[in-house]
Design a protein around this ligand. Structure first.
Ligand code: FNR
Length: 425
């Protein structure tokens, strides 16, 4: 029995606690924290509680099919590993072991530009697809070389993150001395090093893996970019819509825009060539106070009009969260912290366990809902709070209401039907 098996680990929160015990505070808080008051991070997760299921009982669902396709790629379950920078600090060769676990589960790993393992090694570590997430750190020429390496390694999509013109204000990182610790100046570091000594096992593994990682996919004139103040590096390298032209020309493959919060930006993404968008607020790590992603999903879906695939991330901690996001129209979700906690807790075994927890949750939820395939999940399986039934979530059209009746599903409330009639009259 490994330390991530039941009864020690039953859910993602258990993996989080093990990661907390194994990692130095500065590393754990880097994963666990978010911007400012961390309101958006909390709301991302909490808002799933506002959505209630409407199960169909006595429906035979012995085989539940979790397979779906994203950008033409078939995946075994509707979740993808989100880009998580500096994963190599959580576990030796962290990005490779996480990618391997994703591949074994039959899904996609997304490698952050700000990662510690070279893209070709990460791709070689997994049988599954790898997407490459792009930041323009180091400038255009450095990014172009990174795109070329990702292409040569066989990455199948380029994920351009657009919500990071500057790093969010992560208060925990400031308190834990992140900036001082990466300064390399012994006296500056000194007040903060005790947190490493308190985690000797992590420290031994970290040193055996070469100590403080370099950014292996950001190759500057004199080699890989040293681990420096990421906030400053990001500020000098924001991506704007005008950059999409040269990015598209260089990549020549499918582009995913990550960090879409509004209908306008969803349209901009499509106009600039995106084949998919990720409704994402960076897990609440950037602009605190933006709406939780589940709440903006319908607005984005309405704007996209089926012209691009719509993915969502933020706050996914249970398989039922994945199911709710799919019911509201997401094609698949990305998981950030859920897999990062697993990696910090137990490396590849922890990531595999995180995916397995979510997979088995999804299967059970689908059986309890009476739905045999993730492709059949829709709004009829959930109830949203009355306060959400506004312009953003949209009243269903009369056609949609008729369709629900045709399939013998429970009718919607008279209030919704009346409001649809008034609107479509
Ligand atoms: C991230 N995220 C992120 N996103 C990105 O585009 N590039 C990156 O390098 C990172 N780095 C990163 C590090 C850590 C520690 C976390 C937790 C997150 C954001 C990530 O891809 C995703 O949008 C969020 O993590 C989703 O929210 P949840 O699943 O963590 O709640």
């Amino acid at each position: 029995m490994s330390r991530v098996d039941p009864p020690s680990v039953v859910n993602i929160a258990d993996l989080r606690l093990i990661a907390k015990k194994r990692l130095p505070r500065v590393v754990f808080d880097y994963i666990d924290g978010a911007a400012d008051a961390e309101w958006t991070m909390r709301e991302n997760a909490r808002v799933f509680d506002d959505v209630m299921f409407r199960p169909r009982s006595a429906v035979a669902t012995s085989n539940v099919d979790l397979r779906t396709t994203v950008l033409g790629e078939s995946i075994e379950l509707p979740l993808i590993l989100a880009p998580v920078g500096s994963s190599r600090l959580f576990w030796p060769r962290g990005e490779e072991v996480a990618a391997r676990a994703a591949g074994e589960a039959g899904t996609i790993y997304t490698l952050s530009t700000l990662s510690g393992c070279p893209v070709r090694d990460v791709k070689a570590a997994t049988h599954g697809p790898v997407w490459y997430q792009l930041y323009l750190v180091g400038g255009r020429d450095v990014a172009l070389a990174g795109i070329e390496r990702a292409k040569n390694a066989g990455c199948s999509a380029l994920v351009v993150t657009v919500d990071t013109p500057v790093a969010g204000m992560r208060e925990r990182d400031v308190r834990n001395g992140t900036k001082e610790l990466v300064s390399g100046a012994p006296f500056t570091m000194l007040p903060f090093v005790a947190q490493f000594l308190a985690r000797p096992r992590w420290l031994a593994a970290f040193l055996a893996d070469g100590g403080l990682m370099k950014f292996a996919n950001v190759i500057l004139k004199d080699g890989p970019m040293p681990y420096a103040d990421v906030a400053a590096a990001l500020e000098q390298s924001m991506v704007s819509w005008a950059d999409f032209q040269w990015i598209r020309d260089a990549w020549q493959g499918p582009i995913v825009v990550k960090g879409v919060h509004t209908a306008d930006d969803a349209r901009q993404s499509i106009d600039h060539g995106a084949k998919a968008v990720v409704v994402s607020n960076h897990g609440g790590r950037q602009l605190d106070g933006v709406a939780p992603t589940l709440c903006v999903l319908p607005e984005v879906l309405a704007a996209v009009k089926g012209e691009a695939e719509v993915l969502l991330d933020g706050g996914i901690r249970r398989g039922s969260d994945v199911v709710k996001a799919l019911c509201l129209g997401a094609r698949a979700v990305l998981i950030g912290r859920a897999h990062a906690y697993g990696l910090g807790a137990a490396g590849g075994a922890g990531v595999a366990r995180a995916i397995e927890i979510l997979r088995s949750d999804i299967v059970r939820t689908m059986k309890l809902l009476g739905c045999a395939s993730v492709r059949d999940l829709d709004r009829s399986f959930i109830d949203i709070p009355p306060a959400w039934r506004n312009d953003r979530f949209g009243t269903p059209t009369l056609d949609e209401i008729d369709r629900l009746r045709v399939h013998g599903r429970r009718p919607l409330s008279q209030e919704i039907i009346d409001s649809a009639r008034r609107r479509d009259r």
